[in-house]
Design a protein around this ligand. Sequence first.
Ligand code: HEM
Length: 414
Amino acid sequence: MDGEGCPTLLSSLHIFIAETPMTQTYPMDPLQAVTHPNPYPYYAELRRNAPLSRNDTLNLWVAARAETVRTVLGDERLTVRPANEPVPRTIAGQPAGEVFSRLARMNEGNDHRAARQALIKGLSVVDTESVFRSARAHAATLIGHSGAMNDEVLAALAFALPVRIVAELIGLPADDSLEATVRRFIACLSPASSIEALRDAHEAALQLQAGLHALTQDRSRMPALIDRMVSGGLDASAAVPNVLVSNLLGMFSQTFDATAGLIGNSIVTLARHADVTERLLDAPSDIHAFVHELARFDPAVHNTRRFVREMVCIEGVALQPGDAVLVVLAAASRDESVSASADHFSPDREQVQLLTFGSGRHACPGETIARAITAGVVAGLVASGFDFADPALHWTYRPSANVRIPAFTFMDAA
Ligand code: HEM
């Protein structure tokens, strides 16, 4: 395809921030928006820009409207990794890189399709009601054992508990060190990780693979979820790295930050909406509608990226091979064309596709599990009588270019 009929629109070269007076407290760019206290007015401006706007500083095209986001994510000429760097250079050829190269999330074409189908087949054995109950029970135990509520308990609910639930689903014995090992592994996904953190990530990759590999060797004793993945065609060859073990490990990395973000953002929303907390106390089963709306209103995953493999014309812009697009899922989630009064938090609204879980061929196959875990944890907190409106509860956002995860502290009033 050539660029004819697809002239680059001049207006698309203007991005909002270039025209924003310095006095406004908008984030500087869509990456900073992820951890901004209130990025949503900025996201609204991004949606008002041309459907694809150029951010020269970041060297990215930016898609923020729901329709454009779906178009970008639905087009196979835009891929999840750059053609010249299928595995980040920092980890290529090393243990974490070997896992990365086998993840469905990071592949395209036949490898992706086959692995995805097998993953979906495996995940289909999961009973999300049981996941919800298990998460709620674990949350109650954790809160009960902790005595007083503090920031460590909230962090354990957000990070350690979802890891434990995924371990249960896979049949992996979960000890207290599992969360830390998963955390060490996911450092390999960040370009900002130090050499030491990457060294640690490789060790963690080997450690996690060893545990998971042990589960996959005896077909007669395999947990149902893994058995389905093997019958779905995932390579479970005798040695690691293999596709099965890599994607089982990938379930932990896909869950970790994203679910922590959804749980943390739920706490923030309840801290701001006492009426909603009251409602959940009166009608606990409304928790599922609450989490669905929360995932639209203040989602965890704020953006993802696509890389142009061959020239493609989208919304009048000729994207060239090598171009990268920042797909701002959190801006698209509040698009009025999808949800009326989108800036209003309303668990009673009609449920629409949640863009924080992506769209198209790479859309999250763990969405219902993630929502069930979140609902269980938040239900456990609500039932414990946790005071979401406690004036001592404060938060900032953990550094991240794509996932919005609050870090809580309890501060006495001065
Ligand atoms: C709140 C929690 C979660 C959020 C917000 C989330 C979000 C996402 C998003 C946005 C993608 C697509 C990325 C892209 O297209 O660039 C994705 C993919 C994926 N997610 Fe999730 N996820 C969550 C939890 C989970 C859980 C619990 C699992 C599994 C247990 C999971 C498994 C996966 C897998 C395997 C993929 C890759 C799918 C593919 O490439 O075909 N996720 N997730």
